[in-house]
Design a protein around this ligand. Sequence first.
Ligand code: ADP
Ligand code: MG
Length: 609
Amino acid sequence: MSIDPAADLPFFYGSISRVKAEDYLKLGGMSDGLFLLRQCLRSLGGYVLSIVWNLEFHHYSIEKQLNGTYCLIGGKPHCGPAELCEFYSKDRDGLVCLLKKPCLRPSDTQIELGVFDSLKDNMLREYVKQTWNLEGEAMEQAIISQAPQLEKLIATTAHEKLPWYHGKIARHESERRLYCGAQPDGKFLVRDREESGTFALSMLYGKTVYHYQILQDKSGKYFMPEGTKFDTVWQLVEYLKMKPDGLMTILREACLNGKAVEKTPSLPATRRAGANGYTPPPRAVAGASTPVDTVPAERDILPMDCSGFNPYHNPNEVKKFNIQRSQLLMDEVELGSGNFGCVKKGVLKTQDSGQIDVAIKVLKSENEKLVKEEMMREAEIMYQLDNPFIVRILGLCNAENLMLVMEMASAGPLNKFLSANKDTVSVENIVNMMHQVSMGMKYLEGKNFVHRDLAARNVLLVNLQFAKISDFGLSKALGADNNYYKARTAGKWPLKWYAPECINFHKFSSKSDVWSFGVTMWEAFSYGGKPYKKMKGPEVIRFIDAGNRMDCPAACPERMYDLMKECWTYKHEERPDFNKVEESMRLYHYSVSGKAKPEGAAAAAEPVK
Ligand code: ADP
Ligand code: MG
């Protein structure tokens, strides 16, 4: 899941103790400037640099700042642990000596995972499960696509979800609750202190309740008097379960709050309220007709935040082959149109999920059998797909016309959305959406389907933070032992999105979808710009064959442009696949979304209109 930014460094050991670090340095020869990096056990995302000088060990804490940079206490900020170590290999800047020689991790030694690594993962899972009612693959996808945002969320609010957290209760009430039932040593709860806005820990020991104030320093870290400091309350509690750190004993059994006792795993997503029972007012989303409710005002919406029918979920319960005409209400509003007919807004009435907003692809009635078959094929492909980042089919309805009923992506096509919201959508936001597209495409590649029409016009937005791939009109399922589809004749093809082998040999594979993904990225980072300007199809082919590629869009980060160019590798054998593309998108997405927003982009967090 979330990857430690130091994981690639051969001198990073993970979560090892000071003693163990010193053992490794002894084994490494104890030369001056010999160093290694290890995880800091106390601060979220921090490290310790251990260095040898004059046959002695020196350990320096590296802190992760709130803006995502790293620095030694009192030192300069650096964008990552690697950059920091490189800096100190050239500039001593207060260290005992320069970093001269990395103490390499033995080849048979894995990076040691910390208690908090696995804890954090579990917390994250539990949080996603409880908050959005997600499970299985949908949960995994949510975690991959939103890890930085989720980590931030759990770090600050996770304790509210935990069974030992009792909210704002009086001291005497905490005593009443602790004395209720069995009274083992170490039974504990955490509560909000009534006046001060800080937390208190109340614990039973020898049949007596002791109260401790949880202190907070200026930077917001939590600690017991004289104890170790932590970024979050839940980390402190987990630590106190292992070490007393000044308490009478370690924390053992949680005194359960009412919610945990009721054993309701989650409230329905639609009626979720804030921790204090306050349901924040709905927030409008650009282009979206149904405002997302229940999103606390202080954070951005996530793909999983939805009211009513949630297009993030597996809608299997509403997926039917045949939808009755009486279940469908069709709006006059046209969402789009094409040769086949038009796409209309509508409502699907279901037994379990109530009324669902849908998009209905309506076949023109004069269309003959051939076109009907084409639409059936499109439906057949969509039936086999189930991923949050792919528009799902809900069913077919054969009435006055043949109709394909899909979940609604009400903010519309990506290219139009971006060109209409140029000033408010940040680059980080585009990275997030394109990462989701790469996740959808990775899924498609894994299922052995080729899309053949991937373009910004066919990426539809549910909202500002949630993109779905659509339009499977040209898509094909590849046989088990075929990795490409051979078109017999060329059709009305989107040549500007097609890889050379599609045009020259009519060969379509996931690798040619990767080429199209590169063009889609270009469209996205140029805020809905037209690729290859005014060039016509044949001109584009000559342009590409001559070794040219489109320029980097003005707002596009260098690493994203590098990835585009990789997608435009001429030979498909040498082009990356979606596994690789998704990984690159993910790493970049994680590296930018944990950081403070640059000035000007802050507006994107506000409702866009
Ligand atoms: P075509 O094959 O003609 O490109 P599409 O499937 O791309 O057909 O649909 C055409 C247009 O209809 C889209 O560009 C979009 O504006 C609208 N549309 C299609 N599907 C949906 C959907 N699920 N939600 C919202 N709008 C949609
Ligand atoms: Mg289309």
